[in-house]
Design a protein around this ligand. Structure first.
Ligand code: ADP
Length: 255
């Protein structure tokens, strides 16, 4: 069904690693503007699903349709260019660049000027660099990172590094943001700030899919939750619908 506001459709996706079916006939659709939660016990296939959606893994079967286009097996950079960004369980920042430089790298990718415009109008380069710096300043401010702009991420507290990673992903101006366990290692106050950040990202017109073990966060943040177990979707619906599901309880207790 090609609903008008359907941003992402995962259709019958399986991913096999030798003998192991990490994903087994997984289908789900995510509407534009939604905050979707993906939960399930360790090893249930959540990260593998993100890897298939974002092009890191080619599925053994099935399709990934993004913004109406079949993107199955496309390289990650092509999915990024089509409007998808993600964060990883383990931070992947440029540890030796400054926070501002990390953002500039992402902003730069989101505003590619054609070679022709460089050649024809050298001034465009200067204008563009100024615009990039202004955007970086804006992102730093929005994410409360201004005071850390000239510092290296690796010198900062873990919670701040997580925020930098999300800011960097959003700086690429994605329609869809995939967050892989963004609350891992955060304290209570940082989790509250994370929830605010994710809501503001959605309110700026983006769609968010979030893998998360912090069940309180998932339940308060997500409109729809997909529950994976053993590589299959075993439940899906509103927080209250899935709350009593055995696999959700297992994931919760497993923490
Ligand atoms: P989750 O994110 O829910 O903890 P994963 O998607 O990481 O689960 O893993 C699902 C299953 O697939 C696990 O059994 C895991 O060991 C396996 N798996 C994941 N990635 C690979 C890989 N690259 N090669 C082999 N097995 C993998």
């Amino acid at each position: 069904s090609a609903s008008g506001d359907e941003l992402l459709a995962v259709q019958g996706v399986s991913k096999q690693f030798r003998g192991l079916k990490a994903l087994d006939d997984v289908s789900l659709t995510v509407a534009a503007g939604e905050i979707r939660g993906i939960v399930g016990p360790n090893g249930s296939g959540k990260t593998t699903l993100f890897n298939v959606i974002s092009g890191l893994y080619k599925p053994t079967r099935g399709r990934v349709v993004f913004r109406g286009t079949d993107m199955t097996g496309r390289a990650p950079y092509r999915l990024a260019r089509a409007g998808m960004a993600r964060t990883f369980q383990n931070l992947r920042l440029f540890g030796d660049l400054t926070v501002e430089e990390n953002l500039l790298v992402a902003l730069d990718r989101s505003r590619t000027l054609s070679a022709w415009r460089y050649l024809l109008r050298p001034l465009n380069v200067l204008r563009r660099d100024r615009a990039l710096r202004r955007s970086a300043t804006d992102v730093l401010h929005r994410y409360g990172l201004t005071q850390f702009a000239s510092l290296a991420p690796k010198s900062l507290p873990y919670g701040i590094q997580r925020r930098v990673e999300i800011a960097r992903a959003v700086a690429a101006d994605p329609a869809l943001l995939l967050l892989d366990e963004p609350a891992a290692g955060l304290n209570g106050e940082e989790v509250r700030q994370l929830a605010e950040i994710v809501r503001s990202i959605r309110d700026s017109g983006r769609t968010v899919i979030i893998i998360e073990h912090n069940m309180g966060l998932v339940m308060s943040l997500c409109e729809q939750i997909t529950v994976l177990a053993g590589g299959r979707v075993i439940a899906e619906g509103t927080p209250s619908h899935v709350a009593g599901h055995p696999a959700v309880i297992e994931a919760y207790l497993g923490d």
